[in-house]
Design a protein around this ligand. Structure first.
Ligand SMILES: NC(=O)c1ccc[n+]([C@@H]2O[C@H](COP(=O)([O-])OP(=O)(O)OC[C@H]3O[C@@H](n4cnc5c(N)ncnc54)[C@H](OP(=O)(O)O)[C@@H]3O)[C@@H](O)[C@H]2O)c1
Length: 206
């Protein structure tokens, strides 16, 4: 698959490297332009581009930016009906006091979906620290694979993203709609705690 990544920080680089290693094609971008990323293809196989080029390139677009930066995303993300993986998390300390997500009781991904007017947002990768993912897709204390929760309103999109995660050696637990993504946001018991599929299913379904 062709994967476009917007954001070239810890998440963008870690996921880009893993996705390229799984033999998918990667283009990555940031707000400062491809010239600021010129050395990245020496680090792992990828192309660098502008945000618009990255959106054109990817069948799946990964948002690996600070949450507050979603307001700067171009609207052609939704007009092109791309599958968008939202990895972002809302941190008041970083993103400011602009949205009271707790009071509104909606997932941060729904705010992005509403802004982009897109029904193709899939929330995953947000509840794991990248250092837990970068070297191994297995739990440190067992031979079981790491499982990640996934949420989204479009089942066909979700299945494609699940295939991508499987290609990275990961398992998934489908938590349901994008609204259900709130169940694995910051402050929930499973946020950034490693689980295998069985223990994640127990958490969500039992
Ligand atoms: N770090 C983790 O382990 C982890 C795990 C799961 C989820 N997350 C979440 O994933 C997101 C990214 O985290 P991170 O740790 O990778 O952050 P980071 O290291 O600060 O990287 C953010 C990247 O986004 C780019 N960026 C900022 N504003 C942008 C904009 N308007 N358009 C395009 N690119 C923009 C930045 O580059 P420029 O400023 O040069 O544009 C930078 O490359 C956050 O929402 C975070 O909460 C992080």
């Amino acid at each position: 698959m062709k994967i476009g990544i917007i954001g070239a920080g810890i998440v963008g680089k870690t996921l880009g490297k893993l996705i390229a290693k799984a033999n998918h094609q990667v283009m990555i971008s940031n707000s400062r332009g491809p010239q600021s990323l010129f050395s990245l293809p020496y680090y792992f196989p990828c192309e660098v581009g502008s945000i618009d080029e990255t959106i054109d390139f990817g069948e799946i677009i990964i948002l690996a930016i600070p949450f507050h930066a979603y307001t700067s995303l171009p609207k052609n993300l939704s007009t092109q009906h791309k599958i968008i993986i939202d990895v972002t998390n809302f941190y008041k300390e970083r993103d400011g006091d602009i949205y009271n997500i707790d009071e509104n009781n909606i997932s941060s991904s729904e705010i992005i979906a509403k802004h982009l007017n897109s029904t193709h947002i899939i929330k995953t990768f947000n509840a794991i620290k990248m250092q837990d993912l970068e070297n191994n897709s297995f739990l440190p204390t067992s031979s079981k694979k790491i499982a990640l929760p996934i949420a989204g309103d479009n089942q066909i999109d979700k299945e494609r993203v699940i295939i991508l995660l499987n290609d990275l050696g990961l398992e998934t637990v489908d938590v349901g709609s994008l609204a259900q993504g709130k169940r694995f946001e910051r402050g929930t018991p499973i946020y950034c705690i490693l689980h295998d599929k069985e223990s994640l299913e127990n958490y969500f379904y039992k």
